[in-house]
Design a binder for this molecule. Structure first.
Ligand SMILES: C[S@@+](CC[C@H](N)C(=O)[O-])C[C@H]1O[C@@H](n2cnc3c(N)ncnc32)[C@H](O)[C@@H]1O
Length: 636
């Protein structure tokens, strides 16, 4: 029975550096001698593609090297489940994770890498008032707990003012490792959209080119987000922001459901109205394409011959078919003919046509975001939430022809939770089963700060800690309730599971030099005393790369609770004591249950190391399980 320790690669979040080296090794085995990279050989193998010049193109800043490394350092943290703060814990597939997103993104790597369909983020804009979380290279979890006031002596979080001298640098150092980790989570056909104002837009574009590759740049959308003219502005009234879009691999196509204005353009009606909706007309003649002789032919109408100025868009056969089906409109005005084709709102199968998203968006406006929140909370509780309609539009976009209405939508700067709200709302509209994962820092709210006062008071009134994450969770609860009230026939997922970032449940070896005896005694139990069975169970899920919403069942054998995760892929018994007599019935119970479950993958069985009365009990249990094909047995 192999023991899981805190240093065990399996007990840590994904080791991205080791993964990268493995990939390099498989591509260039010759460049490795005794496990180390020989750069001279690698350079030779790469031929003329190595950049040797001192001055190369690209964005550089103080801390870039450290920011790169930061993304590669595994996390020593875990995510602790909080069913009491969740909604419909047992059935939901949505996640709301409270914690610093750098650590959370690291912890999600094993379970979600290559699985996320769309990421939307709206990071702090660096206005001088935003807080930019200082990452600590040495021990980020400790740093996080202290900064967010979760351990004694919590430091106050400060904003990133221009006076700090490292204004842009701090922001870039914050964004770079997070975007790098985010890219790993995307599916091959996945897309990321990042909101930005003017301040960091160019830097953002530069680091995204670096991380996602220039060839994967999709668009820099200009979004007119305000309709007020800003009378006090000295220069131009700034009424726009950007949304920068990148894909993981070159994008083939994007289409968007029509908005109300576009749909209203299909206002003409004919005998097919009932099943194809209204129609609009488009000219059949074109002057813009390359000349093609088969597109040049006469159309006979009321005894007249109509010729195109250059050519028609359709070949003759297609035109004749459309004419027969009453899908051509010919008008005459002052002896000149116009030939137009009908374009219906819906196709033959009743499916509504799609439109092309534009690189300039006129609204929805910020004021709408404020209104969205005001319909849920009595007061103005969050400054500048994004309009829900904006997020709904992104959620409904169709990339590379994938109309599946499912997949994971991630927002790791969740704020008030607009992305989660939009995912649920869009599912209610089109019956989709999209899932969301939100990450939000429990950023402390200061009752003395005029922008945070309302939210801080709200938390006080509801007996909750004063943090932004509390507002996120409450928004999700209230939004779900409202969606249900407005769509009583919608039976989709309106719950969410809450997890909180914390240090690992598995102890690290940190001897107290003044009391070695106590240190040795404590090290017998590897699991921290204040952690629950559920904490340990979900840490296992995460570290073994299973989905945090995978079904977990429980049965009891010999009085000990056994959990089956993911249909038997993981069987876990965390009882604190297993006697020699209990070994046989416990093992037989597990074997029988495993037989019933018949999991598709090999099963890992996990026990608490300190639970066994003695080594005989431990060895017997392992022997029975192994006899029945349960070979992977670990202890904690
Ligand atoms: C501009 S707001 C996002 C607003 C959001 N789009 C909405 O519609 O409500 C950025 C959010 O990111 C959060 N944040 C900043 N640094 C973070 C970090 N390191 N980890 C997680 N969240 C963070 C802030 O607390 C803030 O709520």
């Amino acid at each position: 029975m192999k023991l899981f320790t805190a240093d065990d690669p399996e007990a840590r979040s994904a080791d991205l550096l080791a993964g990268n080296i493995e990939q390099l090794k498989s591509l260039f085995p010759e460049a490795f001698t005794e496990g180390k990279i020989d750069f001279e050989v690698l350079r030779q193998l790469l031929g003329g593609t190595v950049e040797e010049r001192e001055e190369k193109y690209g964005l550089n800043w103080h801390g870039k090297r450290k920011a790169r490394q930061l993304a590669l350092t595994p996390s020593t943290g875990t995510l602790r489940p909080c069913p009491e703060e969740s909604v419909e814990w047992d059935s939901t597939q949505h996640l709301m994770i409270e914690g610093d997103n750098l650590e959370v993104l690291k912890l999600l790597q094993k379970s979600y890498s290559g699985k996320v369909k769309l990421i939307y983020i709206d990071p702090p804009y660096n206005t001088g008032k935003d807080f930019v979380y200082p990452d600590n290279f040495r021990d980020n979890i400790e740093n996080y707990l202290e900064l967010t006031g979760q351990v004694e002596g919590g430091r106050k979080i400060s904003s990133n003012t221009e006076a700090s001298g490292r204004f842009h640098t701090d922001w870039l150092n914050m964004m770079y490792p997070r975007l790098k980790l985010a890219r790993n989570l995307l599916r091959d056909d996945g897309v990321i959209l990042v909101s930005s104002d003017e301040m960091e837009a160019d830097n953002l574009k530069n680091i995204c080119d670096d991380i996602f590759g220039f060839e994967n740049f999709v668009e820099r959308i200009v979004w007119k987000n305000k309709y007020g003219s800003g009378a006090l502005t000295k220069g131009f009234a700034n009424v726009h922001e950007y949304i920068i879009v990148y894909s993981k691999e070159p994008i083939q196509d994007i289409s968007a459901p029509l908005d109300d204005e576009q749909r209203a353009a299909y206002r003409l009606q004919d005998e097919k109205f009932e099943y194809r909706g209204g129609y609009l007309t488009q000219p059949l003649a074109t002057t813009s394409k390359d000349p093609r002789p088969n597109l040049v032919y006469p159309i006979f109408y009321n005894g007249q011959e109509i010729w195109p100025e250059k050519q028609w868009v359709w070949a003759k056969e297609r035109f004749e078919e459309a004419y027969k089906n009453n899908e051509i409109v010919i008008n005459e005005s002052e002896g000149k003919f116009s030939v137009r084709t009908k374009q219906y709102l819906r196709d033959e199968n009743g499916i509504e046509r799609l439109g092309k998203p534009l690189s300039i968006m006129n609204g929805p406006f910020n004021q709408e975001g404020t209104r969205d929140i005001a319909t849920l909370f009595p007061e103005k509780i969050f400054s500048f939430p994004k309009p829900m309609a904006l997020l709904k539009y992104f959620v409904a976009l169709i990339f590379n022809g994938d109309k599946s209405k499912e997949g994971i939508y991630l927002d790791f700067f969740a704020g008030s939770g607009t992305t989660g709200h939009a995912v649920m709302a869009q599912n209610a509209i089109d019956g989709g089963t999209r899932r969301y994962i939100l990450v939000q820092l429990p950023e402390p709210l200061d009752p003395e700060n005029k922008d945070q006062k309302v939210a801080a008071n709200f938390c006080d009134q509801h007996g909750k800690p004063r943090t932004i994450a509390e507002i996120t969770k409450e928004r999700l609860r209230r939004a779900a309730k409202k969606i249900k009230e407005e769509n009583p026939r919608f039976h989709g997922d309106l719950g969410f599971r809450v997890f909180k970032l914390d240090s690992s449940n598995i102890r690290t070896w940190e001897p107290d030099p003044h009391d070695l005896e106590a240190s040795l005694f404590n090290s017998i139990e590897h699991l921290k005393a204040d952690r629950s069975e559920a904490d340990i169970l979900y840490e296992l899920l995460l570290k073994l790369g299973l989905d945090l919403c995978v079904p977990v069942e429980k049965r009891t054998f010999a009085g000990k609770a056994v959990h089956s995760v993911g249909g038997g892929v993981l069987l876990v018994c965390l009882a604190t004591l297993v006697t020699r007599e209990e070994v046989e019935p416990l093992a037989q119970g597990i074997v029988a249950w495993h037989g019933e479950l018949a999991p598709a993958r090999d099963t890992t069985c996990v026990f608490r190391d300190s639970a066994f009365a003695d080594d005989v009990a431990k060895t017997n249990l392992a022997a029975i399980l192994q006899q029945h094909g349960l070979e992977i047995i670990r202890s904690l």
